[in-house]
Design a protein around this ligand. Structure first.
Ligand code: PEP
Length: 253
């Protein structure tokens, strides 16, 4: 039987000034130190402006740094953008690509996301590739079609379990306080794993981590993240409160 190491990432989104990021990171570091179970991979993804400050607080700890996005080009005339090599250079080991807020607010489609993911992999970053359906797509029973299209359209050929984490984030559950039920999450995670067999083969599909995101809180984390095909979480709002984020990490241990 394949055992997959749990993975929990906090996406701080566009929150925090230097002093906030530093105190949040320090508070988390002091809590995580007490955790003797090292079987959870922990990542935080602060805004780009906080990578240096947060990175210094995380040095030598179990918590790794991630970026929230990257451009597909390595350099050039892309005002306001950050390349994968810059994300890496800023101390990140991970980068989120395809978050629904990028897909919606910046009109990023699967083709762009795939190019970003490829650039990230080329630069030695591990990608956290987000996929998920809207409420309307769920109601009209298009969830599986949408998920299949997102996997086929945005997963790079060179994706493997060692460099890719899939984050299933139903859009209707992000920041809304609504969550998928544990059985809804398990159903889609199992479906994603089945789709991955076609893209990367059965052995890699079994090894690839598929994490859930969408209003995960200390109260619902154990039930959601305890499902057989749910290998951890991508946490938004609750990652801004160190005790909540730590409690979610503990529910994976
Ligand atoms: C997210 O944006 O990735 C997310 C899961 O947010 P929240 O936990 O706040 O729903």
């Amino acid at each position: 039987m394949v055992t997959r190491r749990s993975f929990v990432a906090g996406n701080w989104k566009m929150n925090g000034l230097k002093k906030d990021g530093l105190s949040l990171a320090k508070s988390l570091v002091s809590k995580v130190k007490k955790l003797d179970n090292s079987n959870v991979e922990i990542v935080i993804c602060p805004p780009f402006t906080l990578l240096a400050t947060t990175g210094s607080a995380l040095k030598g700890t179990k918590i790794k740094l991630g970026g929230q996005d990257c451009h597909f080009s390595n350099t050039g005339s892309h005002t306001g953008d950050i390349s994968a090599s810059m994300v890496k250079d800023a101390g990140c080991k991970y980068v989120i690509v395809g978050h629904s807020e990028r897909r919606i607010n910046h009109r990023e489609g699967n083709d762009i996301i795939k190019k970003k993911a490829e650039a990230a992999l080329l630069n030695g970053l591990t990608i956290i590739l987000c996929i998920g359906e809207t409420l309307n797509q769920r109601i009209t029973k298009k969830t599986q079609t949408v998920i299949r299209r997102q996997i086929v359209g945005s997963l790079p050929k060179s994706s493997r379990s060692k460099n890719t984490i899939i984050a299933y984030e139903p859009i209707w559950a992000i920041g809304t306080g609504k969550t998928a039920t544990p059985s809804q999450a398990q159903e889609i995670h199992k479906f994603i794993r089945y789709q991955l067999v076609k893209c990367i083969g059965p052995s890699e599909s079994k090894k690839m981590r598929i994490v859930y995101g969408g209003s995960v809180k200390p109260e619902n984390a154990k039930a959601l993240l305890g499902q057989p095909d749910v290998d951890g979480g991508l946490i938004g709002g609750a990652s801004l409160v160190s005790s909540d984020f730590f409690s979610i990490i503990q529910s994976c241990s």
